[in-house]
Design a protein around this ligand. Structure first.
Ligand code: PLP
Length: 320
């Protein structure tokens, strides 16, 4: 993992959440952290129910807006934690610009790189201090294990995180390590094929009369298209889209046959998710509404099935 992320060190955890929990253990009571307001709901729950109890204070900000981030900085700010593309709205944050701001302010930049994987994006090369992965997703790649990683730009932070992992016992078990190594052997071919299919599916959804919006950073009219193009080598295979009504969204979820209606992402099987109830119920309702995580939003993780079969399944489920 250190080699894949261009990191000085990498530590394997029993899940992505265990990696996130260890990462927040780097900080002390009264430290302040700025986070993407649009990010995985489990991380929001971790901060709300555990880290805050441990004395951390958190500000959620629009990390795509550098002025907004600057305004959120406090004298006790110690970290900026972000996802790009974000989950589920696929917003793109300029990692280089955030790294410059963090350097100026003496703040640790942590990037959750789960959605693109090290195949498409390497945040440390862009100035990040720590990269987080849910290894459960693209790295293991087969929806059959749970794993997490922290990759660090410096050895000292790596040593601290290894001590935390060993002490709290959140390390990755041998068999799961083997499953992730098995997955990494095919990471490149899976990522290429899944992205190729995702591009075709995004283009198909874009023209579909029952789809009112497609959130995919590989579409030229995505607001983050240029920034993503500058900082990564691809747009990945995660697509969110909005249907014309909650009924269409529900019908699609209930009627897919090849695609599986389930949480998680990044595996060989295509998965469709309802963020409002599955991955993001822990985000406060008013924030969800403001961000657009509503009952018409669906998230698709494109797998390795033939792209024509995935499109045929979506067409039948949405129109049938
Ligand atoms: C972006 C992101 N980060 C972290 C996690 C947590 O990872 P895990 O499920 O391996 O605990 C997830 C899980 O969905 C995720 O989507």
């Amino acid at each position: 993992m250190a080699a894949l992320e261009g990191a000085a060190d990498a530590i394997a955890f029993s899940s992505g959440m265990a990696a996130a929990a260890a990462c927040f253990e780097l900080f002390r009571p009264d430290d302040h952290i700025i986070c993407s307001e649009d990010m995985y709901g489990g991380t929001v729950r971790l901060l709300r129910d555990i880290s805050i109890k441990n004395g951390l204070t958190v500000t959620y900000a629009d990390t795509t807006d550098i002025q907004c981030l600057r305004a959120a900085l406090l004298p006790n700010t110690r970290a900026l934690f972000l996802e790009t593309p974000s989950n589920p709205m696929m917003k793109i944050t300029d990692i280089r610009a955030c790294a410059a701001l963090c350097k100026e302010a003496g703040v640790t930049l942590i990037v959750d790189n789960t959605f693109l994987s090290p195949y498409w994006q390497n945040p440390i090369a862009l100035g990040a201090d720590i990269v987080l992965h849910s290894g459960t997703k693209f790295l293991a790649g087969h929806n059959d294990t749970i794993a997490g990683f922290l990759c660090t730009a410096d050895e000292k932070t790596g040593a601290r995180l290894r001590m935390i992992a060993k002490t709290v016992g959140s390390t990755l078990a041998p068999f799961d390590s083997w499953l992730v190594i098995r997955g990494i052997k095919t990471l490149a071919v899976r990522m290429e094929r899944q992205q190729e299919s995702a591009r075709k599916i995004a283009a198909w959804l874009y023209k579909h009369p029952l789809v009112t919006h497609v959130f995919y950073p590989g579409l030229p009219d995505h607001p983050g298209y240029e920034v993503n193009g500058r900082q990564s080598r691809g747009a990945g295979s995660m697509i969110s889209f909005r249907t014309d009504s909650p009924e269409t969204a529900r019908k699609t979820l209930e009627s897919v046959r090849l695609i599986i209606f389930a949480e998680s992402l990044g595996g060989t099987e295509s998965l469709i998710t309802y963020p409002v109830t599955q991955t993001h119920p822990d985000v406060p309702a008013e924030v969800r509404d403001r961000l657009g995580i509503t009952d018409t939003l669906l998230r698709l993780s494109v797998g390795l099935e033939h792209v024509d079969d995935i499109i045929a399944d979506l067409r039948r489920a949405m129109e049938g």
